[in-house]
Design a protein around this ligand. Sequence first.
Ligand code: ADP
Length: 281
Amino acid sequence: LNAYFSLIQRESGFISGLVCVLHDITEQQKIDHDRKQFVSNVSHELRTPLTSLRSYIEALNDGAWKDPEVAPSFLKVTQDETDRMIRMINDLLSLSRMDSGTAKLELELVNLNELFTYILDRFDMMIKNETGEGHEKRPKNYSIKREFTQRDLWVEIDPDKFIQVIDNIMNNAIKYSPDGGVITCRLVETHDHVLLSISDQGLGIPKKDLGRIFDRFFRVDKARSRAQGGTGLGLAISREVIEMHNGRIWVESLEGKGSTFYITLPYEEYGEEDLWNEDQG
Ligand code: ADP
């Protein structure tokens, strides 16, 4: 912060005022610093999987391809890492569209109880279909508890983007929880907001990291996130999407106990009549 002071002195010699010009250079410096940091992060994030890909390909090239014991698993790693890089680039592209303001919301008046139910039903289906997409391992076991208000909550949102946010928080709740955990999903309304929350019984997030969890590429445990196929961008995207909806997203967590993610969205009570009139209009 640069500050320029000059005293206003009267002829009599008395000081009658003080002019102070505050010039905030720190804000611009911070933006520049963040931008450089981001480019450096992206480069590192992509170099890591590329370096590992190269070593697997080299090993295959050096003869491992002939070894039926190792070749399939080496190829699996190259495929998983390539998939993760594609996910990361797609995430970066959607963040960049939101940064530049070219991402537009396709708003629809949606019954949030129904939409949330639809999303959670899909997760319930995944538990039933024991062989999850492309995974040979048995997927993690978990159960979903729903605590929804009886009242239908109609909100104006972009359903696709909203589904992406809930999917991401649900996937994290599963990823960062031990087998057999319960995930509790709540939906309630206050007088002018809807409040949606997702609680898990997982690892929790250390207090010192709570403020950074929505930052791009921030992970509590990088190796663990990578091993789970994470990109470190999911929560950053979620925050952008919720803020585009004039909502808020935050987390409360106790290490070793679990985390709760909260989302609020502006909500206007629609009576049956309002909906009817809107249809007529
Ligand atoms: P990632 O692809 O790494 O999961 P996210 O942006 O979705 O990226 O999450 C960032 C980090 O926040 C994760 O790496 C993890 O450390 C932490 N995190 C997110 N959700 C949870 C959760 N439910 N429990 C514990 N830690 C979590």
